[in-house]
Design a binder for this molecule. Structure first.
Ligand code: SAH
Ligand code: TYD
Ligand code: ZN
Length: 412
C-alpha cells in the first residue's frame, strides 16, 4: 500500500501519527448478547488498527465509548475457566509472598470483575480494593465478601482512594489496561495511589503472539491497545515510570505481564532488554510485518469460509464452542451467520438464550453440545482449547471434529 492510501490518525498515548494497517470493517459490541427486541438498535462501529510512528503503540483507530461496553449487564465472568481460576490464584499467591508480605499491605486491582483474583488476597487477610464499573460482575465479587468500588479507575477515583485508604503496595490489572484508551489518566491515578516503592503490574494479550499466531480475533472494541515491551517501555517513561520486568504468560493465547515502578526505584531485569531486542529483530512494530499480518488475516477468512461452505454442501452439522468476545470479530469479518454455524454453546448463563453480536448465532448452554448434536465444532474459545478438549473427549471419540483457525485453518 502506498503511504497516501493508508489511513492515519493520532496516537492516544503520545499524540504521534498512527498509520492504519488492518481494516476489519463494521463491527458490533463484542460482549453485547442480544434478545430479539435488541436487534433493531444494535450498536456498530468501525474496527481498524494502526501503529504509532513515534512510540510504536499498536491501537484501534476508533474508540467505543466506555459506557457502551462496561455497564450493569457486562456478561464476561472471569471465573468461567478453570485454567484462569488457577492462574489468578497463583498470581495472587506470588504477590502475597513478596510485595504484600509486610504489615498492613494494601492491594488494588483495576478491573477485578467477579473477584477471581481478589478472593485469594482476601482469604490471606490482606487489605484490598477492586475497581469494577460493570454492575453484575462487581456484585458477584461483593457476594464473596470482597471490597469492590463500582467505578472506573482513573485519576479522580484514584485520588479519592488515596485519601481514604492510603498508598497501595501493588496496583494490578489483568486484561483491563489494554481496554482503556485514556491511559494518561490511568498513569496519573497510579502516580497518586501507588506507594513510593510500589509496583504497577498488568498483563494483556501480547502483540508478538498475535502476529505470530495471526490471532486477529484478539482485535475487538474492548481491546484498544496491543502492547509490546517496546511500546510499554515508551509509555511508562512518558509518564515518569519505568518498565522493570516482563514475563511471558501462556494464558489467553499468549500474554505478557509488565511490571512498572517509579523511574529509578527498581533496577530493570535483563528480560526487559531481551524482549525488546527480540521484538526489534522480528520487526514487530514495522509496517512491513504488520501488513504481512493483514495479508494472513485475509487468507484465514478465505480458508475458513471455503471449509464452512464445503461442510454445509456436505450436509454436516456445524456448531461453535464458546461465545467469546473475540469471536465477534471473526464471525463479523468472515460473515459467519446461522446459515454456516447453527448455534454456539457457552457455560455463561448471561449469554444463554441470547444471540451473538452482529451475526446473531443463538447461544445455548454447553450441556447441549455433544456428538449427538454436532459433527463439527468451530472452537471460538481456542485460547481454552486444552481445557475444553479435555472435558469434551467424547465428542472427538464419537467422530466429531474440532475446527481451529489459529494459527491457520485446520481440523483436529
Ligand atoms: N481482570 C479480569 C477481567 C477482565 S475484563 C480478567 O482478567 O479476567 C475487563 C474488566 O475491566 C471488565 O470487568 C470491565 O468492567 C473492567 N474495566 C474497564 N475499564 C475499567 C476501568 N477504567 N477501571 C476499572 N475497571 C475497568
Ligand atoms: P474468553 O476466551 O476467556 O474471553 P473473551 O470473551 O474475552 O474472548 O471467553 C471464554 C468464553 O467461553 C466464556 O464465555 C466462557 C466460555 N467457556 C465455555 O463455554 N466452556 C469452557 O469450558 C470454557 C473454558 C469457557
Ligand atoms: Zn504514540
Amino acid at each position: 500500500m502506498t503511504d497516501e492510501a493508508r489511513p492515519s490518525g493520532a496516537c492516544q498515548v503520545c499524540d504521534g501519527r498512527t498509520t492504519g494497517f488492518l481494516d476489519l470493517g463494521r463491527q458490533p459490541l463484542s460482549d453485547r448478547f442480544l434478545t430479539e427486541a435488541d436487534l433493531s438498535t444494535e450498536f456498530f462501529f468501525h474496527l481498524a488498527v494502526g501503529v504509532c510512528e513515534t512510540c510504536t503503540m499498536v491501537q484501534l483507530m476508533e474508540a467505543v465509548p466506555r459506557e457502551q461496553m462496561f455497564h450493569e449487564d457486562y456478561p464476561y465472568y472471569s471465573s468461567g475457566s478453570e485454567t484462569m481460576r488457577k492462574h489468578f490464584a497463583d498470581t495472587a499467591r506470588g504477590f502475597l509472598e513478596a510485595e504484600l508480605s509486610g504489615p498492613d499491605s494494601f492491594f488494588v486491582e483495576i478491573g477485578s470483575n467477579d473477584g477471581v483474583l481478589l478472593a485469594t488476597v482476601h482469604e490471606a487477610g490482606v487489605r484490598h480494593l477492586g475497581f469494577e464499573p460493570s454492575g453484575k460482575v462487581a456484585a458477584a465479587a461483593r457476594d464473596r465478601g470482597l471490597r469492590v468500588r463500582g467505578d472506573f479507575f482513573e485519576e479522580a477515583t484514584a485520588i479519592e482512594v488515596r485519601a481514604s485508604d492510603g498508598p497501595a503496595d501493588v496496583i494490578y490489572a489483568a486484561n483491563t489496561i489494554c481496554h482503556i484508551p485514556y491511559l494518561r489518566s490511568i498513569f496519573l491515578g497510579v502516580d497518586e495511589l501507588l506507594a513510593p516503592e510500589g509496583i504497577f503490574v498488568f498483563e494483556d494479550p501480547y502483540l508478538g503472539d498475535i502476529l505470530d499466531k495471526t490471532s486477529f480475533d484478539q482485535i475487538y472494541d474492548e481491546h484498544f491497545y496491543f502492547f509490546s515491551a517496546r511500546s510499554v517501555a515508551a509509555m511508562a517513561a512518558r509518564f515518569g515510570f519505568e518498565l522493570v520486568d516482563v514475563e511471558r504468560l501462556p494464558v489467553h493465547g499468549g500474554e505478557v505481564r509488565y511490571t512498572i515502578a517509579r523511574a529509578g526505584v527498581r533496577r530493570p531485569t535483563a528480560a526487559v532488554a531481551e524482549l525488546i531486542a527480540e521484538e526489534d529483530a522480528a520487526g514487530v512494530a514495522g509496517l512491513e510485518r504488520l501488513e504481512h499480518f493483514a495479508t494472513k488475516v485475509n487468507g484465514i477468512r478465505t480458508d475458513l469460509l471455503a471449509l464452512l461452505e464445503q461442510l454445509k454442501a456436505d450436509g454436516k452439522r456445524v456448531v461453535a464452542y464458546g461465545a467469546t468476545a473475540k469471536s465477534a470479530t471473526l464471525a463479523n469479518f468472515c460473515g459467519i451467520g446461522p446459515d454456516l454455524v447453527s448455534w454456539v454453546c457457552d457455560t455463561t448463563p448471561a449469554k444463554q438464550g441470547r444471540l451473538t453480536p452482529g451475526t446473531h448465532l443463538p447461544v445455548r448452554p454447553a450441556s447441549e453440545f455433544s456428538s449427538e448434536s454436532a459433527d463439527y465444532a468451530l472452537l471460538f474459545a481456542w485460547n481454552h482449547a486444552e481445557e475444553i478438549m479435555a472435558k469434551e473427549q467424547e465428542f472427538r471419540k464419537a467422530g466429531g471434529r474440532w475446527i481451529l483457525y489459529v494459527p491457520d485453518v485446520h481440523l483436529k
